[in-house]
Design a protein around this ligand. Structure first.
Ligand SMILES: Nc1ncnc2c1ncn2[C@@H]1O[C@H](COP(=O)(O)OP(=O)(O)O)[C@@H](O)[C@H]1O
Ligand SMILES: [Mg+2]
Length: 475
């Protein structure tokens, strides 16, 4: 059973359960949860909320681009007693998973041949299907009445795509071309002027939007990016299209062909780059191309080609408030190095806001998954959703933490980036101010409620920015 159908199957089982245990079940798509393509948000009769993610390993040989052809065993599993979820005002993770798993076992479906519970940082259970497909139901959050997790990417430069080493295998976190409704697909093909014959989804990350390279019948390729038109992030996508369209020619950015709203989807078509993400680790042959990319972009994007762009100063004003929050209520596990510096950092983060002023269009989401290295070794920068008008040194400065995460020492990372003229010319105090602001941001966000993968990313970012900041304050 593919994850899309499993999602509906689980929702129906929960809704039909007796005695009733949930008052509402909706899928991630309808709930604006961007954690992954498939999953369900449930509200229990006690008022609690639970987020269950659905991921899958494809049946060997199954092509998600063709219609599903379910296979069944001769008999269904023997039913088991379904535990009572109780009504104690909270959501008990173990109980909830036992309940849902019992519903699956007792469902009478001949496609299901077994289930297996697992524990760990994300508990859940595995469902094995006749034919070899395996699905994972991962319980991301279980929250008592009145609490809500933050959406994974609600504001500020948050990670869109991160390694998933902590979770069970994930194979289809994004919407695929075949998940689009036929009218949308027809409208896109008409606009492209040729039918789509093959697609490859760029999986990974927290955003569930479409991100696929499509080959067309006339042999062209195109990169398609899309999101349901009513989604809360759809306007961010629309902004990205406006930004891309304003970029000057000959920058190393895949260009927008068109962006369009059908009645249900917002879709963008870009020149496809046949490439891979760079390896940012020390000694990687990709490093010169990445540094070169940033060195060339800053002058090309000064003066800002989109005067009405959002501003870095406004973004910094949103982001650089966290030392104030940490000072009001210092977490017990805050690194001891910070303790005698919180007051100074609180003042410094506010002072850092205005240093973002400038007249360069900055990308502000510089990470390996937004960079592509093509077959000739040239680096391209994609995903301009967060672009702002501001300081020319900010993009290269934010690469430093990414290099540290990839294994560089702070001084080696700075050394590499110092060949970007915009960074070399940056006022050192402004760079330190950015490091202070970002450190506070990540330290606070790493302690905010979110899924384990995103938390792990934020912790890595906090750790890297702290190492960078310690290095800067020591010199
Ligand atoms: N023009 C392109 N050509 C080929 N692949 C691309 C292109 N743009 C983006 N991608 C791939 O798709 C992924 C997601 O696209 P991106 O624009 O970064 O969306 P998101 O907002 O979901 O991060 C990228 O990480 C990259 O692997
Ligand atoms: Mg991206």
């Amino acid at each position: 059973m593919r994850p899309a159908r499993l999602e509906t199957f689980l929702a129906q089982l929960m809704e039909a359960a007796a005695p009733p245990a949930v008052t509402d079940v909706r899928n991630f798509g309808d709930s604006n949860v961007m954690y992954s393509a498939y999953g369900l948000v449930l509200t229990t009769t006690s008022g609690g909320t639970a987020y269950t993610q659905i991921t899958a390993q494809q049946r060997p040989g199954d092509d998600y681009n063709t219609p599903e052809d379910p296979t069944e065993a001769d008999t269904a599993l023997d039913p088991v007693p379904v535990p009572d979820l109780g009504n104690d005002g909270g959501v008990d993770t173990t109980q909830l998973l036992a309940w849902l798993r019992a519903l699956v076992i007792s469902s009478g479906s001949k496609e299901v041949i077994g289930t297996e519970a697992f524990t760990g940082s994300i508990p859940g259970f595995k469902v094995m299907f006749h034919g070899g497909a395996v699905a994972y139901t991962n319980l991301l959050y279980a929250l008592p009445a009145g609490q809500n997790p933050r959406p994974a990417r609600s504001s500020g430069p948050q990670p869109a795509s991160e390694p998933r080493e902590e979770s069970p295998p994930v194979s289809a976190p994004r919407r695929r071309w075949t998940d689009l409704d036929p009218d949308t697909r027809a409208a896109v093909e008409q606009r492209l002027g040729s039918p789509v014959v093959h697609t490859r989804s760029h999986d990974g990350g927290y955003t569930t939007g479409l991100a696929s390279t499509a080959r067309l019948a006339d042999d062209r390729t195109v990169f398609l990016k899309g999101i349901p038109a009513e989604h809360e992030l759809a306007d961010m996508y629309r902004t990205e299209a406006v930004v891309n369209a304003a970029l000057p020619a000959h920058t190393s950015v895949p260009r927008l062909w068109w962006a369009d709203d059908t009645s249900t989807w917002h879709i963008q078509a870009y020149t496809a780059v046949d490439g891979r993400h760079p390896d940012l680790a020390p000694g990687s042959p990709d490093l010169p191309a990445v540094v070169d990319l940033l060195a060339h972009l800053a002058p090309a994007l000064t003066l800002c080609p989109l005067p009405g762009a959002r501003t870095m100063v406004d973004d910094f004003a949103d982001l650089f408030t966290r030392w104030h929050r940490l000072a009001d209520n210092p977490p017990a596990d805050l690194h001891p190095w910070y303790l005698d510096k919180i007051d100074a950092f609180t003042a410094a983060e506010t002072a850092a806001i205005d240093t973002g002023d400038g007249d360069t269009l900055a990308h502000l989401d510089i990470r390996a998954d937004n960079i592509l290295i093509d077959k000739t070794g040239r680096a391209w920068l994609v995903d301009w959703a967060w672009a702002v008008r501001g300081a020319a040194w900010a993009d290269p400065a934010t690469l430093i933490a990414q290099l540290i995460i990839a294994g560089h020492t702070p001084s080696a990372a700075e050394q590499l980036v110092s060949s970007v003229p915009a960074y070399a010319a940056a006022p050192p105090d402004a760079v330190t101010g950015l490091a202070i602001g970002l450190t506070g941001y990540w330290e606070a966000e790493a302690r905010a409620p979110t899924g384990p993968e995103l938390r792990a990313y934020r912790e890595r970012a906090a750790h890297a920015d702290r190492a960078w900041l310690r290095h800067r304050l020591a010199v």
